[in-house]
Design a protein around this ligand. Structure first.
Ligand code: TYM
Length: 508
């Protein structure tokens, strides 16, 4: 997603996966987006239910309304309350060397969801999308996908339950089958309506939406979820710019035999120079990147962060700051975890008791350790570690401890509250195993979901089940069945003998 400045006074806001620009007042009207897109706002009741069923305090993004909209998140929660698991799906279009802080928003939230709900996750890197839309070589996009994946892994995803894939490398039969099925359900006119394609769009762009839609169906990942299109429901965390892709996906889901994916959608993390500005790699002062040094962070905030404070100290003391447009305040809403402190800052800065320089310093103090921590984690993501996330055949447990230190820092208090340490993965495996058993999804002999029993276990389970379900000796149905089996066996033996005789004759 990129944001573009809209020069014209009367301009309408634009929100598509490729373009976001504010309306004439320089703001994004989120209520209007919810109305136009047809999603729902997340209410307090839903947040409370999430806290109850995960036994985890809601992430600040959720309790502060930054993840504000959804599609059928309530249904995912209802199913979860009844013991049903789901999987998470999110992604990134790799068009730059590193991520900016806005990109961290969905990934940090997804990490929280993964830990809170104890569910598996797939992350799509759309190197093909960026090749089709940007002035980049495919090889560059593929390299950037791997670079970006390091930053994504550094968010601390559990390598055992997270699969990262880049389209140009992963595309496999089951993925392709989903894509063509989706593609057949959407006419060009519909695609024009949803995505704004024109006669100038290249046909790769027109054909791309099914690529982003397909991972909403679990059978795109047979090594994790098996071949059953309804083995698990899917929840997609993203900013609201990605909604058109999944509106389309939800429209076609039932026609291809799958569940509609659910969505949880965020507002945009605003650009440093203001909500209507552009966060762009070509203007490094427009955003803070996860590669920035402490000095760069400080300079960028002090020099470029758009302020809603008074022009002079006197004006600020007199009138206070306009929090509606103030970037340091908005950024603190995303990244300052302490609710009490945030409230106090809002009151003091909004009333004029706090000056612009002070709130900017607070922001520097929050972001610097956050970015430095990220950089330390990223340094741990070697190519070998990355290969574990990308491995489509097995996900060994060797790197499980990699991020423990950081996780404990971040989530320690909640782990303690749950009284758990290592139960997270056991729970996940047990739940998936149970689900596979219930649905009898045994067709895939490969042991198809994380934690699903291996094929030899399945054979044993099947045998036990057959014995358990076998009719009792002497009953009418047992006799009938035995006679049927005997007749079939005799028929098979006779056929075999006839074939052998025929072969003998031919040989002589
Ligand atoms: P991309 O690379 O534009 O963005 C990656 C993710 O970051 C979100 N995002 C933001 N969130 C908050 N504030 C911002 N300023 C901001 N800018 C971007 C995006 O909504 C996205 O969640 N086509 C996608 C890649 C993709 C994907 C997916 C995203 C493939 N499958 C499934 C979400 C879910 C893209 O180019 O994202």
């Amino acid at each position: 997603m990129t944001t573009t400045t809209e020069e014209e006074e009367e301009s309408e806001q634009v929100v598509t996966p490729w373009d976001v620009s504010a309306g004439a007042d320089g703001k994004i009207d989120y209520a209007k987006l919810v109305r136009e897109f047809g999603c729902s706002e997340i209410d307090k009741n839903l947040i409370e239910r999430i806290e109850m069923c995960t036994q985890t305090k809601a992430h600040p993004f959720l309790r502060r309304g930054l993840f504000f909209a959804h599609r059928e998140l309530d249904e995912i929660v209802t199913a979860y309350e009844k013991g049903e698991k789901f999987y998470l799906y999110t992604g990134r279009g790799p068009s730059s060397e590193s991520l900016h802080l806005g990109h961290l928003v969905p990934f940090q939230f997804t990490k929280w969801l993964q830990v809170a709900f104890k569910v598996p996750l797939v992350i799509q890197l759309t190197d093909d999308e960026k090749f089709l839309w940007k002035d980049l070589q495919l090889e560059d996009c593929r390299r950037l996908a791997r670079e970006n994946a390091k930053d994504i892994a550094a968010c601390g995803f559990n390598p055992e339950t997270t699969f990262i894939f880049a389209d140009a490398s992963y595309m496999c039969s089951s993925f392709y089958v989903n894509m063509v099925k989706i593609a057949k359900c959407v006419t060009f006119n519909q695609a024009k309506g949803i995505f704004g394609f024109t006669g100038d769009s290249n046909i790769g762009q027109i054909g791309f939406p099914p690529v982003q839609a397909a991972p909403s169906f679990p059978d795109c990942f047979p090594h994790m979820f098996g071949m059953n299109k309804k083995s698990l429901k899917c929840l997609i965390p993203c900013a609201i710019d990605q909604d058109p892709y999944f509106r389309m996906t939800r429209d076609v889901s039932h026609r291809i035999g799958g569940y509609k994916p659910a969505l949880v959608e965020s507002r945009f993390f605003p650009a440093l120079k203001g909500e209507s500005g552009k966060m762009s790699a070509s203007d490094p002062t427009s955003a803070i990147y996860v590669t920035d040094t402490a000095k760069e962070i400080k300079n960028k905030i002090n020099k470029h962060a758009f302020s809603g404070g008074g022009a002079t100290i006197e004006e600020q003391r007199e009138n206070g700051a306009n929090l509606e447009v103030d970037v340091p305040w908005k950024w603190l809403n995303f990244f300052l975890e302490d609710d009490e402190k945030l409230k106090e800052i809002g009151e003091k800065y909004g009333s004029g008791e706090m000056l612009t320089g002070e709130i900017k310093q607070i922001l520097v103090d929050v972001l610097t350790p956050m970015v430095e921590d990220h950089q330390k984690r990223r340094a741990l993501v070697t190519d070998e570690v990355l290969d574990v996330y990308f491995n489509p055949t097995k996900t060994p447990k060797v790197f499980l401890d990699l991020f423990r230190e950081y996780e404990e820092k971040e989530f320690g208090k909640w782990e303690k509250k749950k009284g758990g340490g290592d139960s997270e993965n056991d729970d996940l495996c047990a739940a998936l195993e149970e689900k596979m058993k219930l649905e009898g999804a045994t067709e895939n002999e490969e042991g198809c979901a994380i934690g699903a029993p291996k094929s030899e276990d399945w054979l044993r389970i099947r045998k036990e089940r057959m014995q358990r379900d076998a009719p009792t000796e002497g009953s009418k149905s047992a006799l009938k069945k035995a006679a049927k089996i005997k007749a079939a066996a005799e028929k098979k033996a006779a056929e075999k003998a006839a074939k052998a005789a025929a072969r003998g004759e031919a040989a002589t």
